[in-house]
Design a protein around this ligand. Structure first.
Ligand code: HPA
Length: 246
């Protein structure tokens, strides 16, 4: 079973032939919404809107543990494709670009970021050298090419706390750290998937230039973000449908 977690602008999959919705309670609280099960292409998939179906849950308040637990233990998915919007920092990563990142730096704080809280269980340190599943990333990139969509293979994703956007100086610091794209939800989602031994890859849509860069030099303009997201998420949908039909 493949799970798709939709981010900003992707609260539903238009071509998903929905079979049922399941409201799930988990030991970690409530997920962002009901799990939506159905068929897409030839595949059984489960869809979850990260920010809720009405897009009401900000990045720092998403219950990542409940979401991942529901996907793993209720939907029994073994693969996740996460769709997320990001800001582009490097010159080749302008608005409208699709990116399949290969690395993460985590700048978030105060989020519940592990299932291993000690107590009765043994201390467990998961390996996270390569935070995204190499095979799943490769498949995603290959399918994108087959369906005629350009994606950037590899980049370093910074997970910032949000919900505010960054300052121009923070973006400069991120660039010095080796970051290419910046978003607010990649962590702890990726590590929780790893703890549950689910293959996880991300398809990121660059919605805007990061703060202080190019046409965001004087501020980030939300009107243009919506337009860009609309067009690029249509491309992301094509890739996901291609993936499910392959
Ligand atoms: N920064 C952080 N997260 C984002 C951005 C950004 O510029 N754009 C979309 N998500």
């Amino acid at each position: 079973m493949l799970a798709i977690i939709g981010g900003s602008g992707l609260t539903r999959l238009a071509n998903l032939d929905v079979s049922r919705r399941e409201v799930v309670r988990t030991p970690f609280g409530d997920p962002s919404g009901a799990l939506t099960f159905g068929r897409l292409g030839g595949a059984e998939v489960v869809f979850l809107a990260r920010h809720g179906y009405g897009h009401t849950i900000p990045p720092h308040l998403v219950n990542y543990r409940a979401n991942l637990w529901a996907i793993a233990k209720v939907a029994k998915a073994d693969r996740i494709i996460s769709v997320a919007s990001v800001g582009g920092i490097r010159a080749h990563l302008g608005p409208g670009t699709l990116v399949v990142p290969h690395q993460i730096i985590d700048y978030t704080w105060g989020r519940s970021s592990t299932f291993f809280e000690g107590g009765e269980s043994k201390v467990i340190h998961v390996d996270f050298t390569h935070p995204y599943d190499t095979a799943l990333r490769g498949e995603l990139i290959q399918i994108a090419r087959i369906v005629g969509q350009t994606v950037i293979d590899g980049s370093v994703y910074a997970a910032t706390q949000g919900p505010r956007l960054e300052t121009a100086a923070e973006i400069n610091r991120l660039e010095q750290d080796g970051v290419d794209i910046v978003g607010m939800t990649g962590m702890p989602e990726a590590v929780l998937a790893r703890e549950l031994e689910i293959s996880y890859a991300a398809l990121c849509v660059v919605a805007n230039w990061a703060a202080g860069r190019a046409d965001s030099s004087q501020g980030i303009h939300f009107e243009s973000i919506e337009e860009v997201l609309h067009a690029s998420l249509a491309q992301a949908r094509l890739i996901i449908e291609g993936f499910c039909s392959s």
